[in-house]
Design a protein around this ligand. Structure first.
Ligand code: RB5
Length: 151
C-alpha cells in the first residue's frame, strides 16, 4: 500500500468502543496514522453520528481506508454504504476480509465488536489492509454497483 493508504479512519459506537481503542493502538504501533472519529467513551451513543463523518471522508477521497465498528457490524455497515463511493464489507473472518478486497475493492471494513475476539479482529484488519483488489472481471462488477444507484 502507498503512503496515502497509511492514513486510516476509525469510528465506532459504544458496542465497538473497546475494540476500536485496541485496534487504534495496534495500528499506530504498526506505523499507521489513525484518525479517530469517535466515540470516545463507553457511554451509549447512536452509531450513525460517528460513522457518517468517516464514510463522508472516504466518499470524497480524503481518506482511502476506514475501519468501523458497532456491536454487530451491521448498523455501521448499513450507514457507510449510503455513500456512492463507499464499499463497506462486514468483517467476521480473515477470509471474508480478503475476499472483500480481492473481489469487491472494499474501502471500509465493518467489525462486530461484540462477536469476534480482539485477536481475530486484528487479523481481520491486517488482512483487509494488506490484500489487493484483483481487478479483471471484478472491476466490471464493482462498476455496476454504482450504475444501479444512478439508474
Ligand atoms: C447497540 O446496542 C447496537 O445496536 C449497535 O452497536 C449495533 O450492533 C447496531 O447495528
Amino acid at each position: 500500500m502507498n503512503d496515502s493508504g497509511k492514513i486510516l479512519g476509525i469510528a465506532s459506537d459504544h458496542g465497538g468502543y473497546e475494540m476500536k481503542q485496541f485496534l487504534a493502538e495496534k495500528l499506530k504501533e504498526a506505523g499507521y496514522k489513525v484518525n479517530d472519529y469517535g466515540t470516545h467513551s463507553e457511554s451509549s451513543v447512536d452509531y450513525p453520528d460517528f460513522i457518517h463523518p468517516l464514510a463522508s471522508d472516504i466518499n470524497s477521497g480524503k481518506l482511502k481506508r476506514g475501519i468501523i465498528l458497532c456491536g454487530s457490524g451491521n448498523g455501521a455497515q448499513i450507514t457507510a454504504n449510503k455513500y456512492a463511493n463507499v464499499r463497506a464489507a462486514l468483517g467476521w473472518s480473515e477470509e471474508q476480509a480478503k475476499l472483500a478486497r480481492e473481489h469487491n475493492d472494499s474501502n471500509i471494513i465493518s467489525l462486530p465488536g461484540r462477536f469476534v475476539s480482539f485477536e481475530l479482529a486484528w487479523k481481520i484488519v491486517n488482512r483487509f489492509l494488506n490484500t489487493n483488489f484483483e481487478g479483471g472481471r471484478h472491476s466490471r462488477r464493482v462498476e455496476k454497483i454504482s450504475q444501479l444507484i444512478n439508474n
